[in-house]
Design a binder for this molecule. Structure first.
Ligand SMILES: [Mg+2]
Length: 388
């Protein structure tokens, strides 16, 4: 089997004004992602997704260009099932031969950022092809699924202290979720206001529902410690990205200062970043976004780090359908996997890009039996919203 064509498209779907939400990232008028298509001579097409930062449409254009201009020529003619070797080819580029011969890395300057996201988009598509070629879902290729259904948590929670309970209870009405996540952080103003919102949420939800809080890395170490102290009796499932991803020592300090479990990872790239988080004991839960951190191949390595350090794995799944499915297959097959993120923001790339659905029932999502990622991309949707 040979790769005949690789094509990345920046896809931009408008979000209707009444479905847009306001956060520290501002108001998002569109949902943007880069969808990767890898075609083979056997007729099997693999789909992947590569992600740039929030609200960065120019970065999506750049990401698609990296894939189409730099990576595609390295892939055409190759066997798409040689995933491990192709990952090393893309990561080590001109020095790929050394890397493959000698068994250690020779990366280029693009060791983080869009170059890694570009590899991620390709990698996810290659796993999709491998699964389809064997008639097997990706979780089976990763060692099998640990259960037929996995718990999911509803991810949203932007409302103020007076409305947050109602908003989170609305999510539970929708899918019977047993866990929810709300946003906190600098957008609230004083730390005490975030803490008051969390306490209001806990009061409304009662003691049985899991409640996580996500600060999007917006606080200083001191602010994050103060928040932990204020919500210590709220039994948080986890406190996500307390401080900027560039202050891993600071994050470890926050974790040491309190009993509140700390999570992070959606802003990290490759196994190397996650090894650092683990070694510094900066997190209890690792949250790689497979469309950012390096794809399923790198996700498996990150999962191994999680298990070796007795941490848990909860992939970041605020994404389109290819990255959501990739994270689902990883979480379902990894010893450290235990819960899925389910975005309750307006997410056309998850719900409208593909023909299938990932329905939530009693707070659980089925781990699908379909080959590969288990998704069928609607090409008319892709073509309609393709920016380039
Ligand atoms: Mg987050």
């Amino acid at each position: 089997m040979r790769i005949t064509r690789v094509e990345a498209s920046w896809v931009q779907v408008p979000i209707p004004p009444d479905r847009q939400h306001l956060s520290d990232f501002g108001r998002q008028p569109t949902f943007d992602s880069v969808i990767v298509r890898v075609e083979t001579e056997s007729g099997i097409t693999g789909w992947g997704e590569a992600k740039a930062g929030v609200a960065s449409t120019a970065a999506c254009a750049g990401l698609a260009a990296i894939i189409n201009q730099d990576l595609a020529p390295l892939l055409v003619g190759e066997d798409p099932r040689d995933i491990s070797r192709l990952w090393d080819v893309l990561y080590n580029m001109p020095r790929q031969g050394f890397a493959i011969d000698r068994g250690h890395v020779f990366p280029t300057l693009g060791r983080r950022g869009l170059s890694i996201s570009a590899i991620a988009g390709i990698d996810i598509a290659l796993w999709d092809i491998l699964g389809k070629s064997l008639g097997a879902p990706i979780w089976r290729l990763l060692g099998g699924r640990r259960a037929e259904r996995m718990p999911a948590y509803a991810s949203g929670g932007w409302a103020d202290e007076n409305k947050i309970g109602e908003q989170l209870l609305g999510y539970i009405d929708k899918g019977g979720f047993r866990a929810v996540k709300m946003r906190v952080g600098s957008m609230d103003g004083p730390v005490a206001r975030s803490a008051a919102r969390v306490r209001a949420a806990r009061r409304a939800l009662g003691p049985e529902v899991g409640l996580a809080a996500d600060a999007h890395g917006t606080w200083t170490v001191a602010e994050a410690k103060a928040f932990c102290r204020m919500v210590e009796d709220c039994d948080l499932l986890w406190f996500e990205e307390p401080v900027t991803a560039d202050d891993k020592q600071g994050q470890a300090e926050v974790r040491r200062a309190s009993a509140v479990p700390i999570s992070s990872g959606e802003s990290e790239f490759t196994r190397h970043d996650f090894r650092e988080l683990a070694e510094l004991r900066a997190a209890d839960v690792l949250q790689p976004d497979l469309a950012i951190a390096g794809g399923i191949t790198e996700g498996v390595r990150i999962g191994a780090i999680a298990t070796a350090f007795n941490l848990r794995l909860a992939p970041h799944l605020w994404s389109g359908a290819p990255a959501f499915a990739a994270g689902l297959h990883l979480a379902a097959s990894n010893s450290a996997g235990f819960i899925l993120e389910y975005s309750l923001g307006h997410n056309p790339m998850l719900h409208d890009l593909i023909e299938e659905r990932f329905p939530v029932q009693d707070g659980m999502v089925d781990v699908p039996d379909r080959p590969g990622l288990g998704i069928t991309v609607k090409e008319d949707f892709l073509n309609r919203y393709r920016r380039q």
